[in-house]
Design a protein around this ligand. Sequence first.
Ligand code: GTR
Length: 426
Amino acid sequence: MIVHSRLGITLTLVCTMNAAHAEEKKWEPNYDESKIPAYTLPDPLVMDDGTTVEDPQQWVKRRNELIALFEQHVYGKAPRKPDDLRFKQFDHTPDALDGKAVRKQIRIDFAKGADAPGMDLLMYLPSKTTKPVPTFLLLNFQGNHAVNPDPGIRLSTSWVRDGYPGVENNHSTEASRGAASRRFPIDMILERGYGLATAYYGDIDPDYDDGFNNGVHAQFDTDPRPDNAWASIAAWAWGLRRAMDYLETDNDVDPKHVFVMGHSRLGKTALWAGALDERFAMVISNNSGCGGAALCRRAIGETVGKINQLFPHWFCKNFTRYNERENDLPVDQHMLIALAAPRPIYVASAEKDRWADPKGEFLSCLHADPVYRLLGTTGMPAKRWPALDEPVHGRIGYHYRTGGHDVTDYDWQQYIDFAEKHFQGK
Ligand code: GTR
């Protein structure tokens, strides 16, 4: 008996190890274009009932249909703007950054009560301008105080991922001030006449799989959560919209020229926020990859199955139905790009960021082009994937930059040039 049961245990272990090995093999990312499964993209200009969208009026209906599909199958449905949204400015410094900037910090409370979730919005506006300024709005990964060494920025007390400089036991210390400043070229942004508004994404919803028990989920979720309930990306996008609610009330900001931007998971977030909310005049996706600008159906680099396994809290539960079944998705990410139409949208890829499928990010732009054209604008002027460091600036902008998964000055220069091209003098 004992021998038998021992043998049983041994066999089980061997089987488990084999299974683990097979699992590992299965998740080896594919980077070979010739191994892309055959796929047909759903047509953004064909309604669910088969009608072809032929004019801008019909597009409005199709747009609503697509938003509902993305809510149902990908990101989940977020609650509406809360009635108890409150803004409290706790800092207004007219001579920040050696006199170059006006700094403001605003607490945005999402609900009533001392424990209610909320976020700090940090703003730098050029001190020289006399009129409301166009402003880039983006979430950040490490807390507002990491955006610049400026000691006047309130140090975040929210949960933060360990591993970032100056973070101890999931909390920011003074040593984390300015740790992310390389990705926020504030001087360049101000000199070119733009403002910057940013909030820490973890204020809205901490980025770990917590069973949706904290952040805005704890405040607004129903119990039980439906399979199309919002998850973290939808929550962060909702937070960007609440920042926009504030910016609309700020007389120093031009509310018709607020550009929503994000990198990586926050690029996915910016795309979804821009899709939902037409108050954002321009949308920018920096290296957003799977669940962002990259086509799911190519299944190159990060796949739907892999992202749902690695980050089970990012997308709604329904999205897991498409693990290894991308072809069954009723949408693909070119439709997310098209949801920004006719507003300018910019998608940036990087050479070494193969995990994000740079070519798939371009193809989403290309396949969003018919919607832009229908709405009377140029779409994506390039018909082929552009060469490295050769940006294309149509109504849809795109570049494929040398280097890795990152936000660089080069990226920012393109975004500012692109904004100028579309909005200068308007
Ligand atoms: C990766 C993830 C990507 C991307 C990235 C990031 O680990 O697989 O989808 O979002 O994180 O946000 O930095």
